[in-house]
Design a protein around this ligand. Structure first.
Ligand SMILES: [Zn+2]
Length: 586
């Protein structure tokens, strides 16, 4: 079977796609587009962007009918079948497809209709250049295996099966490439256009990050790897693939020559790259059995996302610490932020990480304003469980074993992609460490009780303390709300259960007109509220829709809900040694 993909009409954001099927299903060939993309657990119905499907058998048109929201059926025909369609591509996120006159990027799950009931590959993919004036100016970058391509990347590629076909994103346009090697394997950074960036620095740092993960697992199962970066105004996100990752990177995060080494946005970027690269092992190859084979037509539930995202989230920053991009203090500060995030919401008492994983489709990926009260993040709590597991193993084996051994055992047992069953992470952890970890996992996974992080960290010479939180990023601890001050009137974005605002009946969406009868401008409001003496009633004047309400609320002293991790210099020598083994790696 052969696909042809062409960035057909960039101004209209249209890709043109063709599929030639030598021997179509005699009952009528059905074609379907995935409803979701691996790594992002939400039904996205990519088929809604498919336009103008037609089909031909030789010179004869073949009737095409729609069967459901993402399936088409071509009527039975004698001989081969050619199906043509266009895809409207104007979703610049990491998980879909976008195209304009500056270039584009597509994930195969957004563009390649899958032929059902016929052989699943092998596939040929012809990537054709757009018309003039773009012809000759654009290039192609993808990690898909190339058969016969020109120096700019246009030509013929191949994929063994559909899952592989859609797991190699394709970048079009004019772009900048930086290259480095890790374990003899070529790695690339592909950035659209020609952004100002210190490429040497980026390559050196990423090479160190990647090498750290390769050393942990002991091998690198790819022939090349690409970091595809979208440069965006603000924010970070990433999606992992088998030999690449697509990242949204805030422009300010890119390093410029002469930058100081520890600029926070840059460290954030390194952390994101570290995370997605770790997925190369942990989820792309070691993966839940529920994803084997992968059904992309509907939600696929697994309770294991706490491990695939949590272990990855634990190792992303720990990797930076072990390779020296983060100092111990910087690492512990980041870890403390994760602890704070998990502990600030009471949602952690209402959902286990197993439930959070299972319901990712409708809860974590469809978060509303009540999320901190109702759900726990399998990323953040999962990372804390990974930390607790690591420290528990180190402590109970006197440093003889660690979570690193669990990761290597998972790699040895499941790296071939056979799939880890729902109890697999727990059993491998027990087997490789020789410990009975059932009580640990019962608490961490099957209960909503807090982990005893302070007790686990102390033998490593790290103290966990709680301090009064400060008003920051819209969080007003005195009221227990998050205020969004970007609009004309400050708006209540979140109300935490158990806080004074909740007790007073303040609701998400309320807009604050005045405090004690005095109108306050947006930016000053949270500092103003933070200065209200605790225990003394104030009146908030709020607009709920178009109704003015006045509610009495009693600010509280800021709760001690901000975690702080402190290295205990005077700790016992054993503790210092254990700490070094944990933070510096083997
Ligand atoms: Zn991830």
């Amino acid at each position: 079977m052969r696909y042809t993909l062409i960035p057909q009409d960039p101004n209209a954001h249209l890709f043109g796609v063709r599929l030639e099927i030598g021997t179509p299903d005699p009952a009528g060939q059905r074609l379907s587009l995935p409803a979701w993309i691996p790594g992002s657990y939400m039904i996205r119905d990519f088929a809604r962007h498919v336009v103008a499907v037609d089909a031909w058998s030789g010179q004869a048109p073949v009737h095409v009918e729609k069967l459901d929201k993402d399936t088409w059926r071509c009527e039975p025909c004698a001989g081969s079948l050619l199906v043509r369609w266009q895809v409207y591509a104007w979703d610049p996120s990491v998980r879909a497809a976008a195209l304009d006159d500056t270039g584009g990027l597509c994930n195969g799950s957004s563009v390649f209709l899958r032929a059902l009931d016929v052989d699943d590959g092998p596939f040929e993919l012809l990537i054709e250049s757009p018309e003039a004036p773009l012809r000759g100016r654009w290039r192609v970058a993808t990690t898909m295996a190339a058969d016969a391509v020109d120096p700019d990347g246009w030509g013929r590629y191949r994929a063994a099966d559909y899952e592989e076909l859609i797991d190699h994103p394709i970048r079009f346009g004019a772009f900048t490439r930086f290259g480095f090697e890790v374990a003899g394997v070529p790695h690339e950074i592909v950035l659209p256009g020609a952004p100002r960036v210190d490429g040497d620095r980026l390559c050196a740092d990423l090479a160190a990050v990647c090498r750290g993960h390769v050393d942990l697992f002991g091998e690198l199962p790819v022939e090349r790897y690409v970091f595809f970066m979208n440069v965006v105004g603000s924010g970070y996100s990433g999606l992992e693939h088998r030999a690449s990752t697509v990242l949204d990177v805030a422009r300010e995060a890119l390093p410029l020559p002469g930058d100081p080494p520890d600029r926070e946005p840059y460290l954030e970027l390194l952390g994101l790259c570290s995370h997605e690269y770790f997925h190369l092992w942990n989820i792309k190859r070691i993966r839940p059995a529920a994803f084997v084979p992968l059904d992309l037509s509907r939600e696929v539930h697994t309770t294991l996302l706490w491990a695939f995202e949590g272990l990855t989230s634990y190792y992303d920053d720990l990797g930076l610490c072990r390779t020296g991009q983060l100092t111990r203090e910087q690492y512990l500060e980041r870890l403390a932020r994760v602890i704070t995030r998990v502990h600030r919401g009471v949602g952690r008492f209402r959902q286990t990480v197993l439930e959070s994983s299972f319901d990712a489709w409708t809860r974590f990926y469809k978060q509303d304003e009540n999320a901190p009260n109702a759900i726990v993040s399998y990323y953040a709590k999962g990372a804390l469980i990974a930390l607790a597991l690591d420290l528990t193993i180190r402590q109970r084996t006197d440093g003889g074993r660690s979570l690193d051994d669990v990761m290597r055992a998972l790699w040895a047992g499941y790296g071939d992609g056979r799939g880890v069953d729902e109890q697999g992470i727990e059993s491998v952890s027990g087997e490789v460490t020789g410990l009975d970890l059932s009580a640990f996992f019962d608490t961490a996974l099957r209960s909503t009780r807090d982990l005893d992080l302070a007790g686990l960290l102390r033998p490593f010479g790290v103290l966990l303390r709680w301090r009064a939180s400060k008003a920051a990023a819209g969080y007003v601890p005195a009221l227990g709300v998050i205020v969004d001050a970007t609009g004309e009137l400050p708006r209540i974005a979140r109300v935490y259960d158990g806080g004074p605002a909740r007790a007073a009946g303040i609701a998400t969406g309320d807009r604050i007109v005045a405090v004690d009868g005095v109108h306050r401008r947006g930016e000053a409001l949270d500092t103003w509220l933070a200065r209200m003496p605790p225990g003394e009633e104030i009146t908030l004047h709020l607009l709920r829709d178009d109704v003015l309400r006045s509610l009495a609320v009693v600010p509280r002293p800021a709760p001690d809900d901000e975690a702080e991790l402190v290295v205990e210099d005077s700790c016992h020598e054993t503790a210092a040694r254990q700490r070094a083994a944990w933070l510096d790696g083997p």
